[in-house]
Each structure stands twice: as C-alpha cells, then as structure tokens.
Design a protein around this ligand. Sequence first.
Ligand SMILES: [Zn+2]
Length: 297
Amino acid sequence: MKEIILKLIILQSLDDKIKLWQRTASEGPSKLTQARQKLTELEAQLADLTSKLTENRKRRRELENEIADLSARRTTNQSRQLRARNNDEYRAILKEAETINNMLTTREDELLLHMDSGEKMDVQLADLSAEHKAEEALFQDRVKVIEAILKDGQENEAIAVKERGELITTIQPDILSRYMTVARNRDGQAMSPVKDGQCQGCQLSIPPQLFNELQRSDKLMVCPNCARIMYWTRDPYFREFLGEPEAEPVPEKPENRRGRKPKAKVSEEAATDEPTANDNHAFEGAEDQGDTPGAAL
Ligand SMILES: [Zn+2]
C-alpha cells in the first residue's frame, strides 16, 4: 500500500508541475503586454508631443507670414502718409497705421510665445526620445526572459506529461479513478500531507485515533473534513521523496514547524527537473499553486 501511496504522491507532484507550467503559458501574453506597458506609454507621449510641436511650427509659419504682410502694409501706409492731400485723408491713414501696429504687436507677442514653447518642446522631445530608446532596449531584454521562461515551461510540461503517462499505467484503475475524482473536486489537489496531526489541505487537526491509523500507511485514508487522500509525511517510505527530516523537529519557532509545502520538496527522483523555481519569479504568482486551505469546506 505504501508503494501505491507514494505513486499517488508523485502523481500529485507531476500534476502540480503540469498545472504550474500551463498557468505560466497562459500568462505569457499578459506578461508581454505588461512588459511593454512603459514603452507603450512613452510612445503615446512621443506622439502627443510630436503633434503639438507640428502644430506649434505651423502656427509660427502663419504668424511669420502675417507679420511680413503687416510690415509691408505699414511701409505702404508710411509712404501714403507723405502723399496725403488733406487733413481728413491724413487722419484716416494714421488710424489705419495704428490698427496695423496693434495687429503687428499682437502677432509678434504670439510668435515670441510660440518660439519659447517650441524650444521647450524640442528639449522635451530629445529627452523623451532618449528615454524611449532606453526603454525599448529594456523591453527587448524582458521579452527574451519571458520567452525563455515559456520555452522552458513547454519543455518541462512535456516531460512531466510524459512521466505522468508512464506513471498512471502502473496505478490500479480504481485507485487512479479515486485520485482523479478527488482532484476534480478539490481544484487539482487530491493528496494532502498530514503534519503534526494536521491536514495540510484544509488545516484541520484530525482526530488522534485517525492519525494513529494514518501513521501505519496501510490503507488509503481520506481527510474527514476535506476528503483529500491523506498521507503521513514522516513515514520513512515517503520521507526521501518528500525531503522530510528523519525525526520530528523540536518546535522552536512557528516558522520552523510549519516547514515547506510538500510540492516544493520534490526530489530529483520526481520526474522532471524541479520547475526551476527561480524562473517563476519573473511571473509573479506563477508558483502559487492555488492551495486553498479551507476553501472547500
Ligand atoms: Zn483536510
């Protein structure tokens, strides 16, 4: 029976890995979008600034043309002042000169403002372009990392799937079917390690008599609360696979007692390479196996 339980423990670890890599693959597109986020923002800012600068230059050209026209009109006006035949005509020409001068002043002021803001925008554009270029290089690096993780994931998933296929041919159909049923009902977590008399699947302490029975590891037992298939992590038969220490540790500090999750303890004998835990850091949450203690209560 211990051999069967160990096979189920290994099956669970393979299923955990497959699930992990499938999740990683499904997150690939959103990770790429996330990695591109800043670049996308910078592109929008660049487009906006370029459009404002184009508008600024267009307006400056308009103003320069208007100023040239008005200056020509002023020259004409000045020569007409000299040729005025009477006072009325002279006053009318002076009035026109005043209008022309006012318009010139307004246009020249506006042109100065546009030249000033245009210069500032030129500086901004240069800065933004440099930032964009740097961000583009960073983005390309990020893409390489993400693609490497995805490729790694595909390969590891394929290995785990193959090993799973081989393993299940060695498990009796009724036991496999029992495992599959629990896994379906418990978000893929059919197996639950029991530590210090506590089911790690639902965190419930199991009755002492049941715990005594479990320690014999001579039959399949399910948690009375979450119905997962339980196993005693200290059983010498599973210990090596689980990476458990030989003796019950003396409970010094709470964090020492709680220990690691069994899925993180899969030894080399467990099929694939350990799903390169470091790689998962790029995909935050990817290594969270979705243990939902108590959720199934
Ligand atoms: Zn339980």
